[in-house]
Design a protein around this ligand. Sequence first.
Ligand code: C2E
Ligand code: MG
Ligand code: MG
Ligand code: MG
Length: 288
Amino acid sequence: SQTPPHCTGGTRLGSPGRAACCSGRRCGRQQAMSSVNGTLFLNYQPQVDVRSGKVVGAEALLRWNRPGQGPVPPDRFVELAEDIGLIGRIGAWVLEEACRVAAAWPEPIAIAVNVSPSQFRLPRFYKGLVGALGRSGLEPWRLQVEITEGILLNDTEETLDELKRIRAFGVSIAMDDFGTGYSSLSYLQKFRFDKIKIDRTFVNRLADDPNAVAIVRAVVGFSEALGVIANAEGVETAAQAEVLRAEGCLEVQGYLYGRPMSSEAFVRMLYAARQNEFAAQPRERART
Ligand code: C2E
Ligand code: MG
Ligand code: MG
Ligand code: MG
């Protein structure tokens, strides 16, 4: 099978996924989108199972290199994109690109995509999500939508129905930055999330703050009771990881396991892990 001719110009802003000559699933190449000023692209950060140490997924993180200014932090330009009404098109491109790239990975692992409140509220959001899955061939269960509590602040009934529709299609839903917003617990009662991501402001104090440990213990406790996966974000040190393991947190993500990286680097990481596994196998067989 040959890689189709590559569109070096990237996807045009006005038509996410459409202008690309290589949106087919055979092309594993990194594709960038020309933005108003500069280039948008995605990085991928591994999500790791605490007990097995295996990479079980990745989070797609948007990057913008502004000519002459270098990288602009995503929280800042996502807000800007919302203000100038560009978030719908950028968000649609992120979904399209993340699904296309993940469909070409050598393992059927999950890909998490951040969705901002105003993007989620667009009437065409659901259709775009279903379309991105269809065009990429990615199985819906491999896609995870990360939302923040901000989504649930207004129009709650409608929002909950929309979340249910997405989940009924097979896509999973994670609550991001848990503990930093408003009345998080009431949302957990109203909607069955698949994952709760403990914000890194709690995680980075785990090694020396008993209050942070108590909070993580409580979140892990009710995650278990609700049958939800607890993910700890921003794990940077082995000491933090040790506390998380001891507290029974299932999934970790952070610089300790891998910084956000290109899809190519991420795939190399998957292959390296696979090779280590093969290397370990004969010894394990000999023991039994
Ligand atoms: P987030 O979804 O909570 O993403 C986690 C952030 O923590 C990322 O920052 C990631 O690079 C950073 N991080 C991961 N591990 C560590 C660590 O060990 N230490 C530290 N100090 N930081 C770590 P990033 O990439 O700057 O993204 C910031 C926020 O921008 C994201 O927070 C998310 O809310 C938003 N964002 C990123 N990409 C997108 C996107 O495609 N769409 C939307 N709507 N928002 C996005
Ligand atoms: Mg996130
Ligand atoms: Mg977060
Ligand atoms: Mg955030």
